[in-house]
Design a protein around this ligand. Structure first.
Ligand code: ZN
Length: 186
């Protein structure tokens, strides 16, 4: 089982390297990340969270979908997320669609005990490569869009708490300080 890296560890602040070639070791890593995502009960996991600074993330929002719906379209046609999941995103990119935003709860396996409402674009375009090297593009709304933005942030060294105001962040300072003390590398 892969170990998780927690808030305070510098790898979480690193921008992941672009994956130029999908090698067997990248395939194996993606497989292990999917297993870890299910084991730790998350709906997404980025390479930085298991200590690898790469443009690689996995997502599965299907279990959470009953309470937090998601929709996705490929080439203008709505697609069934169950067929697409778990998703492995190689070199993903996000392009917001329209100006609408919404607030919803977010949490992160790397920042235990912190949960907050985060403002994000409502609808996005997600471009990524599959493990077969196929270039894919889909539009997404709901939890899938939010999870994709959260994971792509990780791949660029950004954490969801970075979207909070200084005032909102204040109440989490004790736990953040503790995590920082435990996980920073001296
Ligand atoms: Zn996270």
């Amino acid at each position: 089982m892969l170990d998780l890296f927690y808030y305070g560890h510098p790898v979480l602040r690193s921008k992941g390297r672009r994956i130029e070639k999908i090698t067997p070791s990248i395939e194996r890593l993606a497989e292990q990340m999917v297993e870890a995502m299910y084991e730790y009960d998350g709906c997404g996991l980025a390479a930085q969270q298991i200590g690898s600074s790469l443009q690689l993330a996995v997502i599965d929002v299907v279990v959470a979908m009953k309470e937090r719906p998601s929709k996705a379209w490929m080439n203008g046609k709505q697609i069934d997320l169950e067929c697409l999941s778990p998703m492995v995103l190689v070199n993903p990119e996000i392009i917001p669609v329209g100006n609408q935003t919404d607030y919803d709860d977010e949490a992160c396996l790397s920042i235990p005990e912190v949960r907050a409402k985060i403002k994000r674009p409502t609808r996005i375009k997600l471009r990524y490569q599959s493990l077969d090297g196929e270039q894919l593009e889909l539009e997404a709304e709901g939890l899938l869009a939010r999870a994709a933005m959260h994971e792509v942030d990780h791949l660029n060294g950004i954490l969801f708490i970075d979207h909070l105001s200084a005032h909102e962040l204040q109440k989490f300072q004790p736990i953040l300080h503790q995590l920082m003390r435990e996980n920073s590398v001296r």
